[in-house]
Design a protein around this ligand. Structure first.
Ligand SMILES: [Zn+2]
Length: 302
């Protein structure tokens, strides 16, 4: 399922990039002709000539479109409960996005720390899964048995509890993200507050992306879980997949966790960053959403 979608996206994006590159190659040829024709240089052409000149000195005239690098947004879930690996995640050498659970012992502290370090903050909203124990959900969870008003109240309370949040992603939630009524309310609150929703993609039948598009919100979703198997080696292997995906479709959103195996996940991410950093750029989720979906933040902070 994900693969097919990825391949489709990849083809589409590749075609667009290829066309852009081709156009730029034609433009470069036109500039060269202009500069070689006496008296033909116009004021408008001068800047382009300078760029072509720059390219000549760096020997890069054949690939003028290569300045934009693929981007990777790493989201780390489950902050807020003093979980193992928290310090290690805050010491990573690139920008990550911290998804912080509401109403827990270090909710405020972790959100503040992330913000001060320049990380984007998301509310990691507990949502009912199809399977799994209710106690894994944490306080303030959104359930499909709730009325419209109760769902809205839960989402708003969670947003008010996590400072600096610019969006929401789901903790668990395989049941809720497949429910049009409940997701419709979650996304409506996002829209009212100038936020966006990142679908963690715990349900392949999620309706979050479709509903987000209908509401004019960015349909952003997780592509790869880093630590479905808890070892440094596995996380590093997943980071290599992240790079592949990012190079194919220009960007990749990936999720890891603090928790029982948080230190191992952080170590795997750190090794992955060292390997990937010459090939991709690591960005916060807000930067990606602004660039990819032209999202304009109109935050109404409490
Ligand atoms: Zn979670």
């Amino acid at each position: 399922m994900q693969k097919t979608k990825g391949a489709f996206l990849m083809n589409k994006r590749y075609t667009v990039r290829y066309k852009c590159r081709k156009l730029l190659s034609y433009a470069a040829v036109a500039v060269l002709i202009t500069t070689l024709t006496p008296g033909a240089a116009s004021a408008a052409g001068t800047a382009t000539e300078l760029r072509a000149e720059g390219n000549r000195t760096t020997g890069a005239e054949e690939q003028p479109a290569e300045t934009v690098r693929s981007r990777v947004a790493i989201i780390v879930d489950d902050f807020g409960n003093g979980m193992r690996g928290t310090d290690e995640m805050f010491e990573l050498p690139v920008k990550i996005t911290a998804a912080v659970m509401p109403f827990l012992s270090t909710t405020e502290q972790d959100a503040k720390r992330a913000h001060e370090r320049g990380y984007d903050v998301l509310v990691h909203l507990p949502m009912e899964p199809r399977k799994g124990k209710p106690e894994w959900l944490g306080p303030g969870a959104v359930l499909t048995s709730m009325s419209d008003a109760e769902v809205r109240q839960r989402v708003e309370a969670a947003l008010d509890n996590v400072p600096y949040a610019i969006g929401i992603n789901n903790h668990m939630g395989s049941k809720v993200t497949g429910d049009e009524r409940v997701m419709g309310i979650v996304l409506a609150v996002c829209k009212e507050r100038g936020l966006f929703f990142v679908d963690s993609h715990t349900n392949y039948r999620s309706v979050a992306g479709k509903l987000a598009r209908e509401l004019g919100l960015p349909p952003v979703e997780n592509h790869i879980f880093l630590d479905d198997v808890h070892s440094v080696g596995h996380v590093l292997k997943q980071m290599r997949l992240v790079q592949e995906r990012a190079l194919d479709q220009d960007f990749c959103v990936t999720i890891g966790h603090v928790g029982i195996q948080g230190k191992e996940t952080a170590a795997g991410i750190r090794s992955g960053i060292a390997e990937l950093k010459d090939h991709v750029d690591f960005v916060g989720i807000s930067e990606l959403v602004k660039q990819e979906w032209k999202w304009k933040a109109q935050l109404k902070l409490p």
